[in-house]
Design a protein around this ligand. Structure first.
Ligand SMILES: [Zn+2]
Length: 266
């Protein structure tokens, strides 16, 4: 009898509770601001982080046709910290690493839809390694309203180095961009998403205003500004469908996971 009861709970009541919980959680808070995270836009299928220019164009066309407005990290932080208003359907588009295809492939498409993006540079590779942007290309996109941030000097994982060395990486990479763009550089993306307990404090001391992780989710007024969520976009069997699901249902996916966790205790 007890066994049957348990089965009944598992198969009938649990899904109903799951649906009610999910709906309640969704209605209680807004779905947050999406921050997309891209790496490589290329026809060469280098790895899962690469999507083709055609796929990127389809995604930008979707955002355009659905009334999205690209925002800057400053706008996102002003919203999180001070409640400043954002345009309708705000979205922040970011690229990590600073590959040259951000200029050759992504930039023309973004321009076509009147979108801007934020690019996190591995500063020692800029203008040195041919796979990466040149400082001239950085300047052109900066003049067009793009924001640039740091992704360290050489893509080192900040969770495994001394505080002194992390500070050196944060400061020197920031100064390298500031020297070229003649403006304060305020944002950072953690290479590989790695950081430890002291990294946010070091970032603050080095003059940064906020930092982006690779943690899947959207950002809200209570978000930690040194651990901002993003939505990674990568190659899959149906890249557009996966993109669309991530944009539409990021919060839903997180809430269902949270609800499942609650239920797993019963
Ligand atoms: Zn990276």
């Amino acid at each position: 009898m007890f066994f049957l009861q348990k089965k009944l709970i598992m198969w009938i009541i649990a899904p109903v509770i799951l649906i009610i919980l999910t709906a309640a959680v969704i209605s209680l808070h807004n779905s947050g601001i999406p921050v997309l995270n891209y790496h490589i836009i290329s026809n060469q299928k280098i790895n899962a982080l690469a999507i083709t220019p055609q796929e990127f164009e389809a995604q930008m066309a979707y955002l355009h046709n659905n009334g999205y407005t690209t925002i800057s990290p400053d706008q996102l932080l002003d919203y999180i910290q001070y409640g400043d208003p954002l345009p309708k359907n705000p979205i922040l588009i970011t690229f990590d690493d600073g590959y040259c295809d951000a200029y050759f492939e992504a930039y023309p498409i973004l321009k076509k839809y009147n979108f801007t993006a934020t690019i996190f540079l591995i500063t020692d590779y800029i203008g040195i390694n041919s796979r990466y942007l040149t400082w001239e290309q950085v300047k052109v996109m900066h003049d067009a309203g793009f924001t640039f941030g740091s992704h360290t000097l050489n893509h080192i994982s900040l969770s495994e180095v001394t505080n002194e060395y992390a500070e050196y990486q944060l400061t020197k990479s920031r100064e390298a961009i500031e020297w070229r763009l003649k403006e304060p550089i305020k944002y950072f993306a953690y290479p590989g998403g790695f950081y430890n307990q002291t990294t946010p404090q070091l970032l603050k001391q080095s003059g940064y205003r906020g930092a982006f992780t690779v943690n899947f989710g959207t950002d809200k007024p209570n978000s930690n500004i040194f651990a901002l969520n993003r939505i990674p976009i990568f190659q899959s069997t149906n890249t557009f469908k996966s993109f669309w699901l991530r944009i539409k249902f990021t919060q839903l996916v997180i809430d269902v996971t949270a609800a499942k966790k609650i239920l797993s205790n019963y």
